[in-house]
Design a protein around this ligand. Structure first.
Ligand SMILES: C[S@@+](CC[C@H](N)C(=O)[O-])C[C@H]1O[C@@H](n2cnc3c(N)ncnc32)[C@H](O)[C@@H]1O
Length: 289
């Protein structure tokens, strides 16, 4: 995916579809847990658990969207430069962090953004790394990190606890080609640790052989189970790009079929919330690569 030369317009269109419903996205998608912030800040060398940032860490975030991660990291006092290409998403983000003067926003896609002379102690992307150009993203991140600087990439997973409900919802997903099963799978499938394979596209696979990044770790955080009503679940489903790009009529049919399944099972879902995190460190100065 590139935003420089107009290639692969479908991918571009899909990557920037979130802004068409920025407010709904912000209302329906989950936030990120404080345990994630603790883990990332401890790895980056700048905070005590649950506490404010210590030291002089400086972070850059890509694909910041409406600021769901920006707010939790910035809320700890971390200076964040949040980069987001879609002005509609950036507008919600701007409002959200208005009381955090140490958070700056630049409207740009990752591929065109220029760090200038800036180097960062932490670069992170929440639910966004997969939208960045796979040909250039590692090189660009390497260049913008200070030696020893940390990279953190994370994604929320929402696991449907009841296998029967999951099977029925999955059948509808497959029939409509919505493609959200990767992030809204069967909860028990997320019981184990993160699998790193080429097929599942886990960041650990991508970075594994890259010696410029050391101390690589993959961590699955388990954030508990919560009950969600059908309205709340369908609002979240409607924010995924595979659903957003459907023709309106087809999308309405898809959501109506999901609702029928949910109604037949009491009109609610128990959802187990996980956050998968990949961290790596740019090799320290003098360490080669
Ligand atoms: C799934 S949303 C995640 C938003 C936010 N980080 C969150 O966790 O809710 C993906 C975001 O990546 C942005 N995005 C897509 N392509 C991008 C690119 N090439 N460079 C930077 N951001 C991009 C989209 O505009 C969108 O805001």
């Amino acid at each position: 995916m590139t935003f420089r030369d107009g290639e692969n317009r479908v991918a571009q269109e899909r990557a920037l579809v979130f802004g068409t419903t920025a407010e709904a996205y912000d209302a329906a998608r989950p936030t990120y847990p404080q345990a994630l912030v603790d883990t990332v800040l401890a790895y980056a060398g700048g905070a005590s658990a649950g506490g404010a940032v210590t030291g002089s860490l400086r972070a850059v975030e890509f694909g910041a969207g409406t600021g769901k991660a920006t707010a939790v990291f910035g809320g700890r006092g971390l200076p964040v430069l949040a980069v987001e290409p879609d002005p509609r998403m950036a507008e919600v983000l701007r409002r959200k962090v208005a009381a955090l003067p140490h958070v700056e926003i630049e409207v740009s896609c990752f591929e065109q953004w220029q760090p200038g002379g800036r180097r960062f102690d932490l670069a992170y992307a929440a639910q966004a790394w997969h939208w960045l150009d796979p040909e250039t993203r590692r090189d660009r991140v390497f260049d913008m990190l200070a030696p020893g600087g940390a990279l953190a990439l994370f994604w929320n997973l929402l696991g449907i606890v009841d296998p029967v409900v999951h099977r029925e919802l999955a059948a509808v997903d497959t029939a409509y080609g919505a493609g959200i099963l990767r992030v809204t799978g069967l909860a028990s499938d997320f019981d184990g640790e993160i699998e790193s394979t080429e097929e599942n596209g886990w960041a650990g696979w991508e970075f594994g052989a890259d010696e410029r990044f050391t101390d690589q770790r993959s961590v699955r955080l388990r954030n508990g189970v919560a009950r969600r009503g059908a309205d709340s679940w369908l609002a979240a489903v409607a924010t995924y790009s595979g659903v957003q790009i459907m023709e309106p009529e087809r999308r309405a049919e898809f959501l109506a079929e999901l609702r029928s399944c949910l109604d037949a099972h009491g009109g609610f879902l128990d959802i187990a919330w996980f956050t998968d995190l990949f961290v790596a460190r740019r090799v320290p100065a003098g360490a080669g690569a």
